[in-house]
Design a protein around this ligand. Sequence first.
Ligand code: CO8
Length: 218
Amino acid sequence: MSGYITEEIPAEELTRQIEQARELGDSVRRLVTATVVTDVGEEELAEARAHIDAAAEILERSRIDSSFGLRFNSDGRLRNWGNAVEGIRNPLAPPVEFHAEADHVWAEFDLGPQYEGPPGLVHGGVIGLILDQVLGNAAVNAGSPGMTGTLTIRYRQGTALGPIRVEGRLDRTEGHKSFASGTISTADGLCAEAEGIFIMPRWARGLDASRQLGVGDA
Ligand SMILES: CCCCCCCC(=O)SCCNC(=O)CCNC(=O)[C@H](O)C(C)(C)COP(=O)(O)OP(=O)(O)OC[C@H]1O[C@@H](n2cnc3c(N)ncnc32)[C@H](O)[C@@H]1OP(=O)(O)O
């Protein structure tokens, strides 16, 4: 399967690259939020657009000819900068930083106006996006990673934009299948809960465990 790349970047250099990636992602995330809620006039909009197009042209001077993929470094760190939930250089990602406990994973972060569905509330698809990742990471954390086969979500109440907490845990495994569950909550209480079946695909079953579907961090 392509997109799984092994690299040898010296540790200090990789740390520097990670910082730069986060800074670039944060700057564009700020821009995305500002774009959704700006109320400036026509002249300022034109001025901003010229700057944005100029910045895009600089970034396009050199680019990889694929998506970012999963990049494993020789020091054990893994980069998933394009990931739609966790990718530090992906401005579509909040990005979510998960914490791994013995029996579950969790994260707390803000969802801004770019994630809106119904007015003031998080889009249902974004809820699914985040729950897919938290359940998948729970399976990874428990040592039983897999691709999402089935994801079932029950939306209990609207999720207000702003601070949210997500949690996920592995409930059980059956052969190549991992059964995970998780929740999204806010200050208003439980907003959505999910159950998922994560399956180790046939093509990945013979691979070294550390390379199966991106077990790792960074
Ligand atoms: C880094 C980790 C975090 C990841 C978080 C994000 C996760 C994702 O977004 S993954 C992307 C979205 N998912 C996908 O694209 C998956 C697409 N589907 C596939 O790749 C395959 O169909 C896949 C992996 C689900 C099944 O793989 P395949 O090699 O066909 O499995 P196969 O050997 O036929 O079946 C294995 C078992 O799973 C069951 N199964 C197969 N498909 C499904 C399914 N969709 N739902 C439930 N069970 C299923 C089979 O019945 C079989 O069960 P049993 O062992 O009891 O007989």
